[in-house]
Ligand binder design. Structure first.
Ligand code: PLP
Length: 421
């Protein structure tokens, strides 16, 4: 038997799985079929409220919508966050449906001219990833006769220690190297653009508060030095994010209150070059990851050479990360449960495998679960971020799963919107 990560507290109960106060089977019935993603809106709004309370007053909170671009979810989150961060023209359309262009920033390498033009027209801030992109943005703005909103994304010297995906401290397609960033910013200011400041993102999926505290301090120091060099206070310094969530056995939730306290102290003693600047953090998975559950029904139960397999109607084509094939080296088990069974009965060691014809399609490897068979529903937790949109949905030609938003501030447990399977 192999261990699995911890099920988020909101989904631990005495009976069959409930999501936002309704049985998993009720959500499936409402959606029409499995596989199905259900996102709990109340969990997301509670996370945003906890983050606001923990972070210093005046710190802007941005949602990086690549974590989960489900439009009804963005609609719930948009009024509660200060900005949306996007990385493509498709995400821009989603973000503009929920926020004005002035509250949206566009990062990511390889922006096409059409994307640059669309962003400038919409008043979206472009986080420039290279000098070439800066030149293309200036040329596009001149052709359009519009003053563009441009920020410089910085490739910092430091990396976020312990982060799942390192984004700094090395040669990188992301951001302009720190030693060139001030010169580019100066050119932008001289060219008369609406310079929006710096964007400094040093890593992702960190669970060590101390590492994030150190990185934020270094980021503020770097921003201070750059602002000094430019000679103009940056309107906004985006400090990045990197707030992780515990997916795997032995991982502990991040102490965001400690991060907020330390950041508050730093922000109370800023270098003169940053006095008057606004600050933001941009988070994806911390806001939405724990709020999503992927529900998939058992089609077959088979024994092979002494092992038991539960074969489900979903798989890695919807939830690649749980199969261990998205940014992880070693396959470790996401938390899973049998959604249709009351815990406390007999358990057995089983592997949950998807319906794709590839040995990669294993959602849980030799975990201890209540005894289950065809007709039961398996819940894969931590499915709210980098789930459906980060999975190879076309691989093997199965249908798309449904997605539902459960709960909401005004209508408890209401089904907000669904996309039918
Ligand atoms: C992906 C990304 C994020 C969100 O990362 P999470 O780990 O989901 O919080 C934030 N900012 C940038 C620039 C990104 O590329």
């Amino acid at each position: 038997m192999k261990p699995m990560g911890a099920i988020p507290a909101e989904f631990r109960g005495d009976g069959p799985l409930q999501i936002a106060g309704e049985m998993a089977e009720a959500w499936i019935e409402a959606a029409g079929d499995t596989p199905l993603f259900v996102y709990d809106a109340d969990m997301v709004t509670a996370r945003i409220a906890r983050l606001r309370a923990a972070m210093p007053a005046g710190l802007d909170i941005h949602y990086a919508i690549k974590a989960n671009p489900f439009a009804p979810l963005i609609a719930v989150m948009a009024p509660l966050v200060d900005g949306l961060d996007i990385a493509s023209k498709g995400e821009m359309a989603l973000a503009l449906a929920a926020k004005p262009g002035s509250a949206i920033s566009f990062a990511g390498p390889g922006k096409r001219d059409a994307e640059i033009v669309a962003a400038i027209k919409a008043g979206v801030t472009l986080n420039l990833e290279s000098e070439g992109e800066a030149i293309r943005a200036l040329m596009a703005a001149e052709r359009l006769g519009v003053t563009p909103r441009l920020a410089v994304r910085v490739n910092p010297e430091m990396e976020l220690r312990g982060s799942g995906m390192r984004m700094g401290g090395r040669a990188s397609p992301f951001g302009i190297d720190a030693d060139r960033a001030a010169a580019i910013a100066k050119r932008l200011v001289a060219a008369g653009v609406d310079w929006r400041g710096f964007h400094i993102f040093a890593g992702s999926q960190a669970l060590d508060a101390q590492a994030i505290i150190e990185t934020q301090a270094e980021t503020l120091a770097l921003a201070g030095r750059l602002a000094d060099e430019v000679g103009v206070t940056p309107p906004l310094v985006n400090l990045g994010g990197g707030f992780g969530i515990p997916y795997f056995p032995g991982e502990e939730p991040l102490d965001i209150e400690a991060i907020g306290l330390a950041l508050g102290e730093r922000m109370a003693s800023l270098p003169p070059s940053l006095k008057g600047a606004r600050f933001a953090i941009e988070l994806g998975r911390w806001l939405v990851g724990e709020a999503g559950v992927y529900l998939t029904r058992v089609i077959d139960r088979k024994e092979s050479r002494g092992e038991t397999f539960l074969v489900v109607d979903g798989g890695l084509h919807h939830q690649l990360a749980a199969s261990g094939n998205f940014g992880t080296v070693v396959k470790r088990n996401y938390p899973v449960s049998v959604a249709t069974v009351t815990p406390g009965g007999a358990v057995e060691t089983v592997s949950v495998v998807g319906c794709l014809c590839t040995p990669l399609d294993r959602l849980a490897d030799r975990v201890s679960l209540p005894v289950a068979g065809p007709g039961d529903v398996i819940a894969v937790f931590m499915a709210g971020a980098y789930g459906l949109s980060a999975s190879p949905t076309a691989f093997l030609g199965h249908e798309l799963p449904g997605q539902m938003l459960a709960g909401g501030r005004d209508t408890p447990n209401a089904i907000f919107t669904s996309s039918a399977p």
